[in-house]
Design a protein around this ligand. Structure first.
Ligand SMILES: CC(C)(COP(=O)(O)OP(=O)(O)OC[C@H]1O[C@@H](n2cnc3c(N)ncnc32)[C@H](O)[C@@H]1OP(=O)(O)O)[C@@H](O)C(=O)NCCC(=O)NCCS
Length: 139
């Protein structure tokens, strides 16, 4: 099992993983060109786990110079419950901290089957009750 930064050439395998994972929404920004733009804006921050050449897990991460933002945390079903999500989180947060970013946010869909329970149980993370998120409407 090894953890390494996500590369543009990982796009096809990642997209397949996201598409088959309940609770993960595919957006126009998950297409190849915006995916590559995101990686080059945030070098070395998005990570994946490989097990004997097979994609097992991933986490996309970026920052705006002030806060980190995490997206698409997925551990493929056969590899769940082995601490991979925790390892990815720890490594991504350490990499953000190396760049002076000491706080991160994740937006979690309420209807995701695993997501809310997972995040509610993570030490060092707190659900925000003082913030309501507003977003521009999709075009
Ligand atoms: C949520 C998900 C990433 C967890 O991955 P995982 O590798 O199985 O998680 P880990 O083994 O690292 O678990 C870390 C801790 O979280 C807990 N945990 C894991 N999944 C959980 C769940 N669904 N509900 C509650 N707690 C959970 C584990 O018990 C463990 O706690 P412990 O350290 O006290 O034992 C995985 O189930 C998944 O990919 N789900 C589908 C996609 C998804 O919903 N992603 C989140 C998008 S925001």
């Amino acid at each position: 099992m090894s953890i390494r930064p996500v590369l543009p050439t990982d796009h096809a395998a990642l997209l397949k993983l996201w598409q088959r994972t309940p609770g993960i929404c595919i957006r126009p920004e998950d297409a190849y060109a915006p995916f590559c733009r995101y990686l080059s804006r945030n070098p070395g921050l998005s990570l994946l786990v490989e097990d004997q050449g097979q994609l097992a897990a991933c986490l996309l991460a970026g920052h705006d110079g002030r806060r980190g933002y995490l997206q698409h945390l997925v551990v493929d079903a056969p590899w769940r419950g082995r601490g991979l999500a925790r390892q990815l989180l720890d490594q991504v947060l350490a990499r953000l901290a190396e760049q002076g970013v000491n706080k991160a946010h994740v937006f979690v869909l309420r209807e995701g089957p695993d997501a809310l329970a997972f995040w509610q149980g993570q030490p060092g993370w707190a659900e925000r009750e003082d913030i309501q998120v507003f977003s521009t409407r999709s075009v």
